[in-house]
Design a protein around this ligand. Sequence first.
Ligand code: FE2
Length: 184
Amino acid sequence: MNSIAKWAREVARQHLEAPLPRRWSHTQGVARQARSLAPILGDDADLLEAAAWLHDVGYAPDLVVTGFHPLDGARYLRDVHQADEHLCRLVAHHSCAVIEARERGLADMLTAEFGDTPPDLIEALIYCDMTTSPDGEYLPVEERLAEILARYGDGHLVARAITESSPILITAVHRVQDQMLAVS
Ligand SMILES: [Fe+2]
């Protein structure tokens, strides 16, 4: 493991392992998926793995400010760690976060503070997050989306956001799977 991902793993572990062990299991699974994409990521493999380790760090009880974990996590990385700008952007925008941010009235703030990210890396991170269960096991994207909907229940803003995001998330996962097939 190289340096950014190694650092990211330790930051995530410190904030998630004890207070949120299931979220920590999920995070480890997402990072495993990120490592599996190294053949199509080239020099970005380290950055993507770091984003995988940190994408959910904003759930940590000691980091909650707005209650919207992509924003809380990205702000923490930016303000406390002066982390790499691209890393902060990936965390802020992971898995179509802007769609849920709209539901929460936070989209303008999110996009003003954290700019665009390379689409390839955003898709790669979607693949990692959306093929990993809450316990860190592999799940096909369709089952992962169904699991999120069932967990939050009809009418919850997360369920509404996931429903709106689903076509984008599914397309991204399939695109990444196609890229992996092309190099295998
Ligand atoms: Fe996640």
